[in-house]
Design a protein around this ligand. Structure first.
Ligand code: NAD
Length: 490
């Protein structure tokens, strides 16, 4: 821990000196208004540095830069774009330790998980870089009188808006395919954790990305975020965040007919049948809610457990949950760090009383950890029913709600009885049941006898209030590009 803190301290010097600036048209710039806000560490509430508080003026300058840079970037040979994106990946790898330490300090996520986040970000760039040369491939669809040709063309400047929970990885996940498709970008990162988005934009600049192709504007959601969604030169918004913010963005983007791609909230079930490999199911259930502080859209926040195995499974769960290491995010042994911010801490801890009032049992945790910072004990609610608030609302913390079921039909009905539909996890050794059950589950992504393991060519996204559209593989290009048909008379 001491060594990590010393390294971090040296790394933060430059941010303390200059503050986090915007990066527009290849230039580091303060907000046009001169205004800033402070980003603080959730560990001890100390101020990390100031951040440019961009608004509609900065967004306009950035959108114009993205618009001006678009034709040359679109028309650059794809092999050259591919080479630049690989250089960005190289830059990420070279600064992986810096990214991990800054991300942990800014977000409160534990280093044991975030040490891999930078490398995942680099993988995202390499994956889409390699696909850039074929992104525009189309088809020949001849008719009796026409040689019909289809191709794909990039949309233009894209607005990317990201949340605070895993800001680095999520930024790469959106920006890499946009650039590979030939689009230019204006990125508005979350105000609670702006450090690593700035490092990422700097890496791209140093990798030789032409000015204006990737612009970064920091600021608040209601100011810079809103202005980005309303700007007429921005052709689409790729957004990751809360479902209610998605609704607002849809309304804000309506007058300019924005194409939208939303990755939103979840209340994902992990369903454990009595014939499952219970040791593996237990490990996965724990990992999927108590890693990344439970601040993870794909977290399995509802445990649906068959009544015949529930007592024993819950007892083992309680023992494990009580042994989870809560501590400083830069301590390599820490499993759960502090929640991002007081606002979020207040929200998560408010569910402890709600659970009591609802009539559930707080079987583990249910309290603050320590006196400073936004630490909470990993928490397990048992004896819950699916109509309780703790089973319906996205808590977005290390809080698991356990609900018992009697048979497959009831498990299905509980699993689907939510406004969300991002992921689901099913544990059973009956393959026929797994097929039947997953066919009827309302979720964009389902894993059977597995935790969430991301494979980049597969579609990522949710149904219902969990999202619109898919990322991954060619699906990303479908969003960032437009199909074009040309018919040649024969
Ligand atoms: P949020 O919706 O509060 O904020 C996300 C971003 O939107 C921030 O950059 C914010 O400044 C901006 N914003 C806020 N209001 C805006 C407005 N009116 N116009 C434009 N931009 C605006 O979300 P959060 O609290 O930062 O993140 C947590 C949420 O993100 C959770 O609901 C979580 O499930 C979700 N999430 C989803 C995925 C996924 O892939 N489905 C991944 C990570 C997080």
């Amino acid at each position: 821990l001491a060594a990590n803190l010393a390294t971090l301290d040296a790394l933060l010097d430059k941010h303390r000196a200059s503050g986090i600036t915007n990066l527009i048209n290849g230039e580091a710039r303060p907000a046009a208004s001169g205004q800033t806000f402070e980003t603080t560490s959730p560990v001890d509430e100390s101020v990390i540095c100031t951040v440019a508080r961009g608004d509609a003026t900065d967004i306009d300058v950035a959108a114009q830069a993205a618009k001006a840079a678009f034709p040359a970037w679109r028309d650059m040979p794809a092999t050259e774009r591919k080479a630049i994106l690989h250089r960005i990946a190289d830059g990420i790898v070279a600064r992986a330790e810096e990214i991990a330490l800054c991300e942990c300090w800014d977000t409160g996520q534990a280093l044991r998980f975030m040490s891999k986040a930078a490398l995942r970000g680099a993988d995202n760039f390499r994956f889409f870089a390699d696909r850039a040369p074929s992104a525009r491939d189309g088809q020949m669809l001849p008719s009796p009188t026409l040689m019909n040709v289809t191709t794909r063309v990039p949309l233009g400047p894209i607005g990317v808006i990201t949340p605070w929970n895993t800001p680095f990885m999520l930024s790469t996940w959106k920006i890499a395919p946009a650039l590979a498709a030939g689009c230019t970008v204006v990125h508005k990162p979350a105000e609670f954790s702006p450090l690593t988005a700035r490092i990422l934009a700097e890496i791209a600049h140093d990798a030789g990305l032409p000015p204006g192709v990737w612009n970064l504007v920091n600021g608040l959601g209601e100011e810079a975020g809103r202005a980005l969604t309303e700007h007429p030169d921005i052709k689409a918004i790729a957004f990751v965040g809360e479902s209610k913010t998605g609704s607002m963005i849809m309304a804000q983007g309506a007058p300019t007919l924005k194409r939208v791609h939303f990755e939103l909230g979840g209340k994902n079930p992990v369903v454990v049948f009595d014939d499952a490999d219970l040791d593996r199911a237990l490990d996965a259930a724990i990992f999927m809610i108590y890693s990344l502080n439970g601040e993870r859209c794909t977290s399995s926040s509802r445990l649906l457990i068959h009544q015949d195995i529930a007592e024993d499974f819950e007892a083992r769960l309680i023992e494990r949950v009580n042994n989870i290491q809560v501590g400083h995010p830069l301590d390599p042994s820490t499993e759960i760090g502090p929640l991002i911010h007081k606002v979020h801490f207040d929200k998560v801890t408010s569910y402890f009383d709600i659970a009591r009032k609802d009539g559930a049992t707080i079987a583990a945790g249910g309290a603050r950890h320590g006196d400073t910072g936004w630490f909470v004990r990993p928490t397990l609610f048992t004896g819950a029913t699916n109509d309780m608030t703790i089973a319906q609302e996205e808590i977005f913390g290390p809080v698991l709600t356990a609900i018992r079921f009697t048979d497959e039909a009831e498990a299905l009905s509980i699993a689907n009885d939510t406004q969300y539909g991002l992921t689901a996890y099913v544990w059973t050794n009956d393959v026929t049941r797994a097929m039947r059950f997953t066919t009827q589950l309302e979720a964009g992504m389902i894993w059977v006898n597995s935790e969430n393991v991301r494979h980049l060519p597969t579609p990522f996204g949710g149904v219902k209030a969990s999202g619109i559209g898919r990322d991954g593989g060619d699906w990303s290009f479908e969003f960032y590009m437009e199909q074009k048909h040309i018919g040649f008379a024969t």
